[in-house]
Design a binder for this molecule. Structure first.
Ligand code: ADP
Ligand code: MG
Length: 232
């Protein structure tokens, strides 16, 4: 069974009277443990596809099975449940809560989890994750007191706190310098290799594909290449 199975996915946005077709028939499988770069020019539909894969949005038509369960027809609440149980997200802009410590930022998603950890166990898990991303000495710093790379590492720890099987990173290095970008990409590689976490890196930046084991290229809402290694 594939972790992700997409069959002929279309997505059209409706802006008033105007239809904006964005995804035009995407069929794609991803297995547990893969590290995939989803590449394409700006505007090609990457984020739209990621939003569907990540159960943030639903397709206009087509089917999506995640972990064997058909999720394409779920309600907003049904998608939220799946996200909390199975999916983590990292975004270009880090999206951390301001004036809130790194530790509290990482603990936060546990409040929406069905796992019901005690507060103490939750803080313990968050502490371990911050140590794992190299921020053991920055737990009580607020985002404004951290560099961009450190903020992104907090965001990675936060994305992992509910122990997802699947991690999406949408332009995760878009706001970082090249040295820091490399550190963050190596961290995704390490999480993939050591934890077997399935990682999907969404980017327009061709140089990022070298960190992935498979590159899927999207152009104007269609997959135009899918190959092992760096297919740019
Ligand atoms: P990418 O992430 O590859 O840059 P997006 O998926 O964000 O591309 O956008 C693809 C196309 O869909 C763009 O033309 C964009 O303007 C359009 N689009 C994205 N989101 C919306 C929306 N909510 N409503 C209308 N059009 C949208
Ligand atoms: Mg995008």
């Amino acid at each position: 069974m594939h972790l992700i199975e997409l069959q002929d996915i279309f997505k059209t946005y409706h802006l008033g009277e105007v239809d904006v077709p964005v995804l035009k028939g995407i069929t794609l499988n991803v297995d547990q443990g893969e590290l995939v770069a989803l590449m394409g020019a700006s505007g090609s539909g990457k984020s739209t596809l990621m939003n569907i894969l990540g159960c943030l949005d639903h397709p206009s038509s087509g089917k999506y099975w995640l972990d064997g369960e058909e999720v394409s027809g779920l309600s907003t609440d049904g998608r939220a449940l799946i996200r909390n149980r199975k999916i983590g997200f990292v975004f270009q802009g880090f999206n951390l809560l301001p004036r809130t410590s790194a530790l509290e930022n990482v603990v936060m998603p546990l409040n929406y989890s069905s796992e019901n950890l005690t507060e103490r166990a939750g803080r313990q898990r968050a502490t371990e994750l911050l140590e794992r991303v190299g921020l053991g000495d920055r737990m009580h710093h607020e985002p404004s007191q951290l560099s961009g790379g450190q903020q992104q590492r907090v965001a990675i720890a936060r994305a992992l706190v509910n122990r997802p099987r699947l991690l999406f990173a949408d332009e995760p290095t878009g706001n970082l310098d090249s040295k820091t970008s490399k550190e963050i990409l190596l961290m995704f590689q390490r999480l993939n290799q050591e934890e077997g976490l399935t990682v999907i890196l969404v980017t327009h930046d061709g140089s990022i594909a070298q960190y992935a084991r498979r590159t899927v290229r999207i152009s104007d809402g269609l997959i135009v290449a899918d190959a092992a290694g760096d297919a740019s």
